[in-house]
Design a binder for this molecule. Structure first.
Ligand code: ADP
Ligand code: MG
Length: 629
C-alpha cells in the first residue's frame, strides 16, 4: 500500500509528540477517550431524531484492553465511526483546534506546557506509541477502513474487515528506554487510575477487561479469570441533584479528592446559566493545609470542560484572598483544546471567576450569620488571608471583604465584626478604637488600653502583622474612623484634664525640652493628665504607629533601605509622684534628672515592646539606683 504524507503542520506537531520529553504523557488516554465519547455523542444525537438507528443510551460504551505480550493498548467505541475519506482528513491533518493554531505561529515557547496541560487530540498518542492502527466502520455502512502510521514517515489507508460499527484504535506501546518507561501504559491498574483521574465523568461507561485471581474451591491454589469492569463513575457529584447528595457524601468526596482528614467547614454549590454556563462544587476547609502560608501552596480550582478534566489548578478562577477554597468547576463553554495562555485571556473564564467570587463571598457571609462557631474556627485558619486581601492591591477589594473580618476585643476577649463593634458603641463614642501588639496579653498591658477601657469603650485587639495595615486601608467603617489608642492625638481627656495639661506643659516647657534632649530620638516629651497608674508611656504622632514601624523594620531589605520610624512621644503621668520629682530635680540636680529621664524612657519602651537602644545602660542605671540609700 502506498504511503501518504502528512500535511506540513501535522508533521511538525507529530514530530513534537514523538520526541516529547513531557512528563505528562499520560494525557493521551484522556484524548482518545474524549474522541470516543464525542463519536458516541454524534451517533446518540442522530438516534434522537432518526429512529432507524435503533440504539438506546445503554447500548453505548467505550472499551479498553491491554495485551502485555503484544505491547498493545486498545481503545474502541461504538460511536459514529469514520469513512476512509474522513480518516484521511481527520487523522492526516491535525484538527484545527485552538492549541495548534497557537503553536503554528512558530513561537515555540510554552510548547511543552501546551501538550501537557491541554493535549492536542489524537496525535498525543504518538507520545507513547510507535505505531497506531485505527480501524473504523461508520454506522450504517458495510465497508470498514484501516489507517496505520508509524510516525512522520506518513500513513496508509485501505479497506479492511470490521465486524461491528465504530472505531478501534490500537496503540503499539514504545519499548522502555533507559530513562523512560512506557510499560506502565500496559498496566491495568495504571490505566484504571488514569481513567479515574481524567475521564471519570465521561457520560458513557468506560469498560475494561480485568484479570483477577480467585481461590480454587477445595484447594489452596488460585486461578485467574477475567471480568469486565466499568471504570468511570459517569455522573459527577456536582451534576447530581442538590438533595440527592448527602452531607456525608460531599465530605467523603472532599477528603478523598483533596486529601484532608477533616470534613470541610462549608460546601458551596453553584449552578450558573446565561452569560456563563457552569457548575461548581467548592469547599471551605476547616483548617489551613500545612503549606498554606508558604510559597508552595497553589491556589486554584480543578477545571473541567463538559466532564473532562483539563486543568488541575486553574488559579484564574480564584482571587488570592479566597485562595483557600478547593473544588471543581465544570463548564460547557470551554474547549478541551484550549491552551493555558488562551485560558488566561478567556472572557468566559473571567465571567466565571467573577460569579464564583461573588458566590464564595455570600456563602461566607451566610456562614458568619448562621454558623458563628464554625466561622470563627474558619477565621482562625484563614482570617489573615482575608485581612491581607483588604490591604493588597491598594485596597481594591476591600468592599468584598470588610464584612468578613473580625478581631478579638476587650469586651469579652471574643471575636467581633466591625458591624457588631459599631452597633455596640455607646452614645458619644465617635471613633473605633484599636490597639496593636504581638499578643492580647501584651496589648492589655498598654496604659492607653486601660484608659480607653476605663471610659467604657471597647478596644479591638490587633495581633496579626497585617491588621493595622488593613485598617489603615479601610480608613473608616461606616462613618466611624479607626483610631489607634496609642496615637498622640487620642482625645479622651476631660475638659478639666486638658486645661491642666495645657498649663503644666507650658510651665514646664524647658524641663520637658531638657528631657527630650537627654533621651534623643523622640519627637516630643509631655505631661499627660489622663493616664491612670503608670509613670510614663509612649504614644505616636502622625500616621506610623510603633507596631507598624516594627513590622516594616522586619521586612526584607529594611535595614539597607532604612525602615521608616515612628514619631514617638514620651508621655509622663502628671498624677504620678515622678512628675513632681522631675520638676524638683530640674536645675538642682541635673545629673540625677538625666538618669531618671532615661529610666523613664527605657521603662516606657519595655511596655511598648520596643527594643532598648542601650540595654547595658539601662541595667547599670537600675543597679545604681538599687545601690543608693
Ligand atoms: P478534536 O477532537 O479536537 O477534533 P482530535 O485530534 O482529537 O481533535 O481528533 C481529530 C478528529 O478525528 C475528530 O474531530 C474526529 O472527527 C475524528 N476522530 C478521532 N477519534 C475518533 C473516533 N474514535 N471516532 C470517530 N471519529 C474520531
Ligand atoms: Mg479530541
Amino acid at each position: 500500500m502506498k504511503k501518504k504524507q502528512f500535511k506540513t503542520e501535522s508533521k511538525k506537531l507529530l514530530d513534537m509528540m514523538i520526541n516529547s520529553i513531557y512528563t505528562n504523557k499520560e494525557i493521551f488516554l484522556r484524548e482518545l477517550i474524549s474522541n470516543a465519547s464525542d463519536a458516541i455523542d454524534k451517533l446518540y444525537f442522530r438516534s434522537l431524531t432518526d429512529s432507524s438507528v435503533g440504539l438506546s443510551r445503554a447500548d453505548y460504551s467505550i472499551f479498553l484492553s491491554v495485551d502485555r505480550e503484544a505491547r498493545t493498548l486498545t481503545v474502541s467505541d461504538n460511536g459514529c465511526g469514520m469513512t476512509g475519506e474522513e480518516m484521511e482528513s481527520n487523522l492526516g491533518t491535525i484538527a484545527k483546534s485552538g492549541s495548534f493554531d497557537f503553536k503554528a505561529d512558530g513561537k515555540g515557547e510554552g510548547e511543552v506546557d501546551i501538550i501537557g496541560q491541554f493535549g492536542v487530540g489524537f496525535y498525543s498518542a504518538f507520545m507513547v506509541a510507535d505505531k497506531i492502527t485505527v480501524t473504523s466502520r461508520p454506522f450504517g455502512s458495510s465497508v470498514a477502513y484501516k489507517w496505520e502510521s508509524e510516525g512522520v514517515d506518513g500513513y496508509t489507508v485501505g479497506e479492511c474487515e470490521k465486524p461491528s460499527f465504530g472505531t478501534e484504535i490500537v496503540l503499539h506501546i514504545k519499548e522502555d528506554g533507559e530513562e523512560e518507561s512506557y510499560s506502565e501504559f500496559l498496566d491495568e491498574y495504571r490505566i484504571r487510575t488514569l481513567v479515574k483521574k481524567y475521564s471519570d465523568y465521561i457520560r458513557y461507561p468506560i469498560k475494561m477487561e480485568v484479570t483477577r485471581q480467585r481461590k480454587i474451591e477445595g484447594s489452596e491454589d488460585y486461578e485467574s479469570y477475567t471480568e469486565v469492569e466499568t471504570l468511570n463513575s459517569m455522573v459527577p457529584i456536582w451534576k447530581r441533584g442538590g438533595d440527592e447528595v448527602t452531607e456525608e457524601e460531599y465530605a467523603r468526596y472532599y477528603s478523598e479528592k483533596f486529601f484532608d482528614y477533616e470534613a470541610p467547614a462549608r460546601v458551596i454549590k453553584q449552578k450558573s446559566e446565561g452569560t456563563a454556563t457552569f457548575s461548581a462544587l467548592m469547599f471551605v476547609p476547616s483548617h489551613a493545609p500545612y503549606n498554606y502560608y508558604t510559597k508552595e501552596y497553589e491556589k486554584g480550582l480543578e477545571l473541567y470542560s463538559s466532564g473532562v478534566m483539563i486543568m488541575e489548578k486553574c488559579s484564574e478562577l480564584l482571587p488570592d484572598y479566597f485562595g483557600f477554597v478547593r473544588g471543581v468547576v465544570d463548564s460547557s463553554d470551554l474547549s478541551l483544546n484550549i491552551s493555558r495562555e488562551m485560558l488566561q485571556h478567556d472572557r468566559q473564564l473571567k465571567i466565571m471567576a467573577k460569579a464564583i467570587e461573588k458566590k464564595i463571598k455570600s456563602e461566607l457571609e451566610k456562614m458568619l450569620r448562621e454558623e458563628r462557631e464554625k466561622y470563627e474556627k474558619f477565621f482562625d485558619a484563614f482570617g489573615v488571608q482575608l485581612k491581607y486581601g483588604i490591604y493588597a492591591d491598594y485596597g481594591m477589594h476591600k468592599d468584598a471583604l470588610t464584612e468578613l473580618i473580625m478581631f478579638k476585643s476587650s469586651r469579652e476577649g471574643k471575636y467581633v465584626t466591625l458591624r457588631e463593634y459599631t452597633e455596640n458603641m455607646p452614645e458619644g463614642q465617635s471613633e473605633i478604637y484599636y490597639a496593636a501588639g504581638e499578643s492580647i496579653a501584651r496589648i492589655e498591658m498598654l496604659p492607653q488600653v486601660r484608659t480607653v477601657k476605663a471610659k467604657g469603650y471597647e478596644v479591638l485587639y490587633l495581633t496579626d502583622e497585617v491588621d493595622e495595615f488593613a485598617l489603615r486601608v479601610l480608613g473608616k467603617y461606616g462613618e466611624k474612623e479607626f483610631k489607634n489608642v496609642t496615637a498622640e492625638s487620642l482625645d479622651l481627656a476631660t475638659e478639666e484634664e486638658k486645661a491642666r495639661e495645657k498649663s503644666e506643659n507650658e510651665d514646664s516647657s524647658s524641663l520637658l525640652n531638657y528631657i527630650k534632649e537627654v533621651i534623643g530620638g523622640v519627637a516630643a516629651v509631655k505631661f499627660s493628665a489622663s493616664l491612670t497608674d503608670v509613670a510614663a508611656c509612649l504614644s505616636t504622632e502622625g500616621d506610623l504607629s510603633v507596631e507598624m514601624a516594627k513590622i516594616l523594620g522586619r521586612m526584607p531589605g529594611a535595614e539597607e533601605m532604612g525602615a521608616p520610624e515612628a514619631s514617638v512621644v514620651l508621655e509622663i503621668n502628671l498624677s504620678h509622684p515622678i512628675a513632681g520629682k522631675l520638676k524638683a530635680l530640674f536645675g538642682n540636680d541635673n545629673e540625677t534628672l538625666k538618669k531618671y529621664a532615661k529610666m523613664l524612657w527605657y521603662s516606657a519602651c519595655l511596655v511598648s515592646g520596643i527594643a532598648l537602644t542601650d540595654p547595658i545602660e539601662y541595667t547599670s542605671l537600675v543597679a545604681e539606683l538599687m545601690s543608693n540609700d
